[in-house]
Write a protein that binds this ligand. Sequence first.
Ligand SMILES: NC(=O)c1ccc[n+]([C@@H]2O[C@H](COP(=O)([O-])OP(=O)(O)OC[C@H]3O[C@@H](n4cnc5c(N)ncnc54)[C@H](OP(=O)(O)O)[C@@H]3O)[C@@H](O)[C@H]2O)c1
Length: 275
Amino acid sequence: MHNAAIAALGLDWRYLACEVAPDDLPAAIAGARAMHFVGLNLTVPHKLLALPLVDVLDPSAEAWGAVNTVVFEAQDASGEWRPIGQIDHPRGPVRSRGYNTDADAIVLSLREDLAIEPRGARILLLGAGGAARAAALRLADEGVSELWLVNRTESKAAALADEITSRYPAVHAAVGYPDSSIEIILNATSAGLHPTDPLPIDLEAFPLNRADGVYDMIYRPAETALLSAARLAGCRVANGLGMLLHQGAAALDLWSGQTAPRDLMRAALEKEIYG
Ligand SMILES: NC(=O)c1ccc[n+]([C@@H]2O[C@H](COP(=O)([O-])OP(=O)(O)OC[C@H]3O[C@@H](n4cnc5c(N)ncnc54)[C@H](OP(=O)(O)O)[C@@H]3O)[C@@H](O)[C@H]2O)c1
């Protein structure tokens, strides 16, 4: 999706995928900076590891506690730090700025793909890893009324509930299943990536027809066992493709200073992932 958008924007750039071992992340970021890369996206398990490794943390990375986008910056003729991709011939020192574009992407995708407005919503969030934490904090910031947290390792859900309660006291955050109907179930676990995975939810504790919509952050397979059960239960369903699209498009906006063409990126993404 990035290379399709880069071509459409007329940029002489390439988006490449590199596999980096966690121990090598400091060297990889330093190397990219030395080579005047425009920026980086980071995925599992680098999003948390990168927090202390970037020179400047954007408020988005600080607030949502993870870095998924790095923008390399240099000083322009007036001495102002600007994205290196927006300076003609960058000279002098280069610094890295870490952003989080995942958190906004989940809210955008919920609105676009499920027509769910987070403000005032009651949400059951499955998972307590990096993506769940960013989603929980961002949704709390958006003004959800209730956030129910369920995770395989319950202590992690409890820690997240405590963090939400202390940062967003107006949100009712609790560990366990909701006691009434809700607007949305959001799966932020990795259960569903493989056909033999268990469902991330206990259907006896919370039947799916008690939720209006079910969103699964997983986008491959296109329909997880959770989404297929939710569809049969009459829920509106969406997978994580919209989230993937929006976090990527927002990163390209930051690097280029232009508005990345979302429709074209979505088409490229669907072709690449689903054929
Ligand atoms: N669409 C997108 O753009 C996008 C962006 C980010 C992430 N994601 C997806 O979101 C998911 C979580 O990513 P992450 O970065 O948060 O990963 P993570 O930090 O490794 O967290 C994984 C979460 O899944 C739970 N889990 C793993 N296996 C499980 C199983 N068999 N049964 C029940 N729970 C299980 C873990 O529970 P424990 O705490 O008990 O280990 C934890 O809560 C992944 O599927 C990832 O692909 C999608």
